[in-house]
Write a protein that binds this ligand. Structure first.
Ligand SMILES: *Cc1c(COP(=O)(O)O)cnc(C)c1O
Ligand SMILES: [Zn+2]
Length: 427
């Protein structure tokens, strides 16, 4: 067996390969994603905790003791309701009976685990920084609480209530910004100018993508074949790019078929920049056409996690390329359809789901009704979040302590000494 951590990074634009020194960009500065090229061409599942059973295809050397992992099961009740014979559900949240222990209740935990570990392995004396409107920040805090890896999280004031952990989080530095998501990102960027603080990198971070891609891996391994369809609601599209990338690795593996899954992706109908650009098969998102009055529109949606205004869509290796390669489909979903899909899931399968996952299920219901999907085709439905009700009943929910509150547009000067000290103590 090839040892874990045997991989190189490859630029999808110029093709250069280079060793991983925790960079998320090409050594030639191409405007492109870089991808991990693993020595293991076939995946062998490891006897390691949680998602580390997929370590062959994660850009990390070691592992940490977490329960975070995707869980796939074949649906009976919902499948019957939709007239589908091969519906597989990837459940990413809290649901003990299914073995689902992503306690922060979303698939963002799948990106947080390898992202934090990779940083620790490659950069020894660093602390990762994330800016978030909710699920991502909570996921990184939860993983920090479970692994003691440090993280600096910057969120908006209004997202503060979404940041909690199920164990005490002693290595989290939480800053709230009085403003919107963009203000939080701006302050987060300033925090990253402090020595030892590293931007987490979003979709450009290969650890983040390959962590999320474990949903497709687990789905294909459970079904025994790469699914015909991959369903997900998208904000940045990172999860869908990841599913596409993992599918290519599975095709080279040779045991799971030779067909890419078709990506079937969805957004809120009131804020759907990527749906609109893809409708015209355009690589560029034109803000005035594709997301008029973006700031207001983004605040007025059923699922706020799907409102990224600058997604990695047109970039080389981004969502446009993934949709093109997979003959993908993107659809808008109304609040009413999403709500009723969410109730249908709870009634048929037995768990509450995140509004984003409800948007996704609504798109599947419509596709099944319209005959876009044949009854015997294999479908992987990514329930990207869920189980909040049970988590709140059964786990201790500890609100994260706020280290500092800053107004929008604040400079870093006033806090930089304190943050530097915290970084030295925790890195
Ligand atoms: C972030 C998120 C999404 C969207 O994922 P992207 O990779 O940003 O497209 C979907 N569902 C949930 C629950 C999320 O937290
Ligand atoms: Zn390059």
């Amino acid at each position: 067996m090839i040892k874990t951590g045997d991989y190189k990074l490859k630029c999808l634009s110029c093709g250069s390969t280079f060793p991983d020194e925790h960079t998320n960009t090409c050594i030639n500065n191409c405007n492109s994603l870089i991808r991990a090229d693993y020595a293991a061409k076939q995946i062998h599942l490891r006897s390691l905790p949680g998602m580390f059973r997929f370590s062959d295809w994660l850009p990390v050397d070691g592992f940490c003791d977490v329960k975070t992992a995707p869980v796939t099961y074949k649906s009976k009740s919902l499948a019957e309701e939709l007239g589908l014979l091969n519906l597989y559900i990837s459940f990413n949240g809290y649901w003990p009976e299914k073995g689902a222990y992503n306690n922060s209740c979303s698939f963002k935990e799948l990106e947080a685990v390898p992202t934090m570990l990779r940083m620790q392995e490659k950069k020894k004396k660093g602390v990762i920084q994330v800016s978030s409107a909710g699920n991502t920040g909570r996921a990184f805090c939860e993983v920090s609480a479970n692994t003691n890896l440090p993280v600096i999280v910057v969120v908006t004031d209004s997202a503060r209530k979404n940041i909690w952990t199920t164990k005490p989080a002693e290595n989290v530095l939480l800053i709230t910004v009085k403003g919107d998501y963009t203000d939080a990102i701006e302050f987060g960027n300033k925090v990253c100018t402090i020595d030892g603080v590293l931007a987490e990198g979003g979709a450009k971070n290969p650890a983040r993508r390959d962590g999320m891609g474990t949903t497709l891996l687990d789905g294909a391994i459970t079904a025994g074949i790469i699914p015909d369809w991959y369903f997900q609601a998208v904000g940045s599209g990172t999860g869908a790019i990841a599913a596409y990338e993992m599918s290519m690795r599975l095709i080279s593996d040779g045991r799971f078929g030779d067909k890419l899954p078709r990506l079937y992706l969805s957004q809120n109908d009131t804020f759907a920049p990527m749906v609109n650009a893809w409708k015209d098969k355009r690589r560029e998102i034109i803000p005035d056409t594709d997301m008029p009055d973006a700031k207001n529109a983004a605040m007025n949606v059923y699922s706020p996690v799907l409102t990224n205004r600058t997604p990695p869509y047109g970039i080389c290796g981004g969502l446009f390329d993934a949709l093109s390669a997979t003959d993908g489909i993107m659809v808008p979903v109304s609040k009413e359809k999403a709500e009723s899909a969410g109730s249908l899931f709870e009634k048929t399968e037995g768990s509450d789901i995140d509004p984003a996952a409800a948007v996704c299920l609504a798109s599947l219901i419509e596709a099944a009704e319209d005959g876009i999907i044949k009854p015997d085709e294999t479908v992987l439905l990514n329930i990207t979040g869920g189980g909040y009700k049970r988590a709140k009943e059964e786990l201790s929910i500890i609100p994260a302590e706020v280290y500092a509150e800053v107004p929008a547009g604040e400079g870093i000067e006033g806090l930089s000494d304190e943050i530097s000290r915290w970084v030295r103590e925790h890195a």
